[in-house]
Design a protein around this ligand. Sequence first.
Ligand code: ZN
Length: 317
Amino acid sequence: MEKLITGVHHVTALTSDAQKNIDFYAGILGMRLVKKTVNFDAKEVYHFYYGDEEGHPGSILTFFPYQGLVRGRHGKGMLNTTTFSLPTTSLEYWTDRLQKFGVNYKEPQERFGSEVVVYFEDFDGLGLELVFTDKDERQGFVHGPIPPQHAIKGFYNVEIGEEGYERTAGLLTQQLDHALITERGNRFRFAATDTPGNYVDIVCIPDRLRGLSGSGTVHHLAFATPTREAQDQARQRLVERQLNPTPVLDRNYFTSIYFREPGGVLFEIATSGPGFRVDEPQDLLGQALKLPSQFEKDRVSIEKALPPITLEISNYL
Ligand code: ZN
């Protein structure tokens, strides 16, 4: 049977400052802002989507900027770290780049024998890593401020902190079409498709405090499903496991369902299509404020309520 879940779709996090967020992700990290819209559930708040050239599933990091939002806390029941994928030849370029822009990072560490990872945080404390590996054949955003050979290719893995791993692992393997790929120590790596961008690491951290939502924390992790029909079938599986998923919601660029996994992380299942070109052409992605049709009548007041933002790419070459 074909898989209902094919991998990771996107990660959505909370930030305290829209402009700093643009500067960090589109500037320092050189990702493409593929969509500038508003939170469909709170239209006075932006929703930024960053990704590769097109915003393929497995490359999309999105943010709700709540200006001045108090900081959250990493911990159990949270997606604590999102890892971006780079080739092994890019390690020096990236440590130099982080230094150049005043981003503190930890010394490179080895993981699973073949991966070198560098941990750092954004200005809100959001946990990020760069992984240097030659396993990833995707191309990142090659028209940004970063030389194409060093551009971020997308996610490599995400890391969820849990008390214990079994209950979340059970959900991943039984309802979400994942398999255990590898494990070492307290880290268990799962994937629906065994390729970079799709790895979900569960790390057991029973001694840590529970995470608290706030700026610098992840709001939810979205998995990709190929079609609306597959999404309905996946939803039915969740209903049978009594996970109480939401109805299917239209997010314009995909449709979504949400539910909470047993360890406390909010999960989403999002369709791979139609994608970000549904309301603007490829070469103009992310430039104009795009609103869903139900908000267009309020465009003037919405634009007035949102803080102005700019991006000077030349500052980030
Ligand atoms: Zn989402």
